[in-house]
Design a protein around this ligand. Sequence first.
Ligand code: NAP
Length: 471
Amino acid sequence: MSGILSGIKLQETGYDDYVIYEKADRLGGTWRENRYAGVACDVPSHLYSYAFAPNPNWSHRFSPGAEIQAYFEKVAHDYGVEERIRFEEEVTRCEFKDGRWQLETSKGSSDEVDFVIAATGVLHHPNLPPIEGLDKFEGECFHTARWDHSVPLAGRRVGVIGTGSTAIQITGALADQVEHFTLFQRTPQWIMPQDNPAYTEAEREEFRKHPERMKELRDSIAAMFADNFATAVVDSSSPLLDQIESLCRQNLEDSVSDPELREKLRPNYRAGCKRLIMSDRFYQALQQPNAELVTEAIERIEPNGVRTSDGRLRELDVLVIATGFRVDRFMRPMDVIGRDGVQLEEAWADRPAAYLSVTIPDFPNFYMLNGPNGPVGNFSLIDVADLQLGYILQLVEKVASGACSEISAEAVALQAFEEERVKAAANTVWVTGCNSWYLDDRGIPAVWPWTFHRFRERMASPDWSAYEMVG
Ligand code: NAP
């Protein structure tokens, strides 16, 4: 998503001499890799689209993953970006030498470039749980982002470990398609009811004829997100969080009839503390006669199933690992070496950090989209990347105009930003008593702790005093 965006915007701004490296044989990022049953985006489709490329043909308010993948393929093709992608060519090493970046790729080529934009994603590297015996399972087993579509599911016993957004979507789509479905829950989730109507052909025709209607719709959804949800999550005393919680509670009461099951599904932390989940199918799916929710802790995986702390073994044919991602990896395992031989691994020895999520001291002319500590989880990542790219292009322009030859954040600017960020993070809903991938190794949210409005303001133009400009 953000790589394609970069190509389009670079082209538009007149920086035509660019290359996009893609490790896979196909573009699409998240939507290429996540093809599990039920995959969809919980950001409304008219917002989860590039602002400059509205799509009148979205099938639903929240469209399925395959449609989003097709959208990115079409945009990349229509804007002439596809032909600029070097597929199956992973960047393995990136070193800043004599004022330029030397790139090495998996195909053995060495390229030299002035700027690098790392558009490598966040929710990307599968997190495999350290559960004893995982490698001993004799049935089929895969992580949700590595779904093996050759494995038949109908008529089989399928188990899913995890209850994040991914597992909830899978449960909704798969429970009634298999012989027996078991969901292993460590922590219950708040579930918001989701209304996901299909757009009628008349509505789509209206969008085609009047693109301004799509813009109005996009703007209104964006304003609603920014003013409501994205503002509430950074203020744990927000009344909106109470309203969200009571909607979720009502959803649980209305949807789950068995009191025992209802209690197993009731969270004991504030709604919004973990990534809020929306689903119109999850509770219904779990109440199918062939579905089972297991809340006893997993003790180990055995060759034919999962053994829980009560001593019971659930025999399974297929085990799906829905345990999320290692969100502190970013562009790694790429070897990144900045000015004077400083290694990214050293700069990030404690944990990943970047000034305004975009630039790292001593890594001049190297910028990130959806890098560390950005508003991931509060808004559409497309608009986040778009704003970041607009900011990055201003840094690039500084060099292109001859004002300097190298530009990166000052170390003191990053330090001050981090201090301010950590302080603000204490007010967010993410620290109100739950565990989630938003939290770093210290338990401090690793995401933008301010409003989206503030993010937009900070991205509008760089504060040049925060920058080290050389040459
Ligand atoms: P996740 O939110 O990190 O959830 C991981 C799940 O695995 C949690 O329920 C966690 O339990 C469980 N888990 C982890 N380790 C475990 C272990 N050792 N034993 C038992 N359970 C374990 O991952 P995700 O569901 O893949 O979602 C990641 C993010 O991707 C989402 O938050 C969202 O931002 C994005 N996403 C978005 C959409 C969308 O519609 N836009 C769809 C899917 C994903 P605990 O809660 O107890 O830690």
